[in-house]
Design a protein around this ligand. Structure first.
Ligand code: SF4
Length: 233
């Protein structure tokens, strides 16, 4: 199962990367601001499927493991108060710091295995806009920003390209369906937490009942951090 899912993940990454390459070539006048060592979006909460996290979990060096442990500890402290997805996203942006896989030189240390959601996030505005909570902007600034966006191009009201995110969501959904067909259940959620659960508790090898029991025990079953998909859901 793991080999087959690994091949599907690699094919999904290729499909999305090819799509983005073709998109860039066919929109030469549309500027995308993403570039090497720009880590503005790595401050945001990152979502992925469990199969993608399981691939990342296989090979982490000591620095990555240490950074992962620190991040999960901080997330654990914060998660006691998290009741909803918007609250989680807001809190993450403000308090939790960058993704633990962001290197000291501001580049991604798991670049080849970074999940679909990271690959798909392409900014049509300068990086300063990537970390901003629009709901906290002055209403006039918020309106001016949103009026400056091309609604045909972006996932409005954000400045991120819509088409790459749409494809990434479809591909992630297909990975989850593949996992459900192979294992009877699936999960998606916070990327570092899923990597940690894979390393510490072999979440990806659990049965559906074992996964539910583990998430219950860790008080994650009702948390916005993890979405468990079983036959009952
Ligand atoms: S996985 Fe890499 S690209 Fe994605 S948020 Fe983390 S450091 Fe950034």
């Amino acid at each position: 199962m793991e080999t087959e899912l690994g091949e599907r993940i690699a094919a999904s990454f290729r499909q999305l990367d090819d799509f983005i390459g073709h998109w860039r070539a066919s929109h030469p006048t549309t500027r995308l601001y993403c570039q090497s060592a720009c880590s503005a979006c790595c401050q945001l909460a990152v979502h992925c499927s469990l199969p993608e996290a399981a691939i990342i979990a296989v090979e982490l060096d000591q620095n990555q493991q240490r950074a992962l442990g620190i991040y999960v500890e901080r997330l654990h402290v914060a998660s006691g108060e998290l009741k909803s997805l918007p609250e989680y996203l807001r809190r993450h942006r403000l308090d939790l710091g960058p993704c633990p896989f962001l290197g000291a030189d501001r580049s991604c240390t798991i670049y080849g295995q970074r999940p679909l959601s990271c690959r798909a996030l392409l900014a049509t505005r300068p990086p300063g806009w990537c970390g901003i909570d629009l709901s906290e902007l002055d209403p006039l600034d918020q309106r001016l920003f949103q009026q400056s966006l091309d609604p045909q191009l972006v996932a409005w009201p954000t400045h991120y390209l819509a088409s790459s995110q749409d494809l990434a969501r479809q591909l992630e959904q297909q990975l989850l369906v593949s996992m459900q067909q192979a294992c009877g259940w699936g999960a998606s959620g916070n990327l570092p937490l899923l990597v940690w659960l894979t390393r510490q508790h072999a979440l990806h090898r659990c049965s559906s009942d074992q996964a539910s029991a583990l998430l219950d025990r860790l008080k994650l079953s009702t948390s916005p951090l993890i979405n468990l998909i079983t036959d009952q859901h």
